[in-house]
Design a protein around this ligand. Sequence first.
Ligand code: FAD
Length: 238
Amino acid sequence: MKAGIFTVTIEKIVDMGVQQTRHFKLVFDPSVNFDFDAGQFINIMVPETPEHKALKRPYSIASPPDWKGYLDLCWKRIEGGIATNYLWQLKEGDKLQIQGPLGRFTVKQPLPKTIVYISTGTGIAPFRSMIYNLLKKGAPCEIWNIFGNRFDEDILYKEEFEDWAKEHSNFRNVFTVSRPKTWKGENQYVQHMLKKYIPDPRDKHIYICGLTNMIMEVQATALEMGFAKEQIIYEKYD
Ligand SMILES: Cc1cc2nc3c(=O)[nH]c(=O)nc-3n(C[C@H](O)[C@H](O)[C@H](O)COP(=O)(O)OP(=O)(O)OC[C@H]3O[C@@H](n4cnc5c(N)ncnc54)[C@H](O)[C@@H]3O)c2cc1C
């Protein structure tokens, strides 16, 4: 679908974790048929204020294409951030202008035997869309979700991913928490999880999403392990 500009209504706002992260459900007008590929993003149009000009910022679509009529977003408030502080003061029922769908961070064909998704924080957003979509379509590959966070409470969509893993024997989560409180699971960085769980690079694609530092570290580890550049696909948030 060609990108356009749409007005959406914020139907639901959910506070997630401890890091000032919010989930938005954005509903389209019933006459709109918004079609996109899992992994794509939209721009949020931030109106002009006395402090800044009108601007746009990209946010990954966190829901899969076949949840029709709405989009989920998952975003973190940044101190002093223009777009996220604009979003922070919005309430359920408010309207928002978006532009999309945009981006090429989508599932690469032909599918390999194994797909490894690696993210930290809100970098999980496009993977919620891609993973659900692949599982729903019965994709014949093994799917891993390596998801790193600082604190126990920050594992976004944890129960949902756990439910998907119970329902699909080809899907596995590796949650890792770097500053655990009561968490007893993995506690090393995501690149260590890649080494531990995916030692053999053959017939695999790695998708990475989040901040540049993390992406560069995971990529360096993957290359060291023998992955080729073509097997590593990423989306930088900063
Ligand atoms: C393709 C794409 C998809 C994205 N999807 C998402 C998403 O789904 N959820 C989401 O939360 N963000 C996402 N981002 C990041 C988002 O677009 C904004 O950059 C971010 O929300 C900050 O915007 P802002 O206007 O509030 O901050 P700005 O006013 O742009 O920045 C203020 C300061 O904070 C720094 N900064 C910017 N982002 C971060 C960050 N994440 N952590 C720490 N410091 C930062 C900047 O360098 C700057 O110094 C995505 C980015 C891209 C390119």
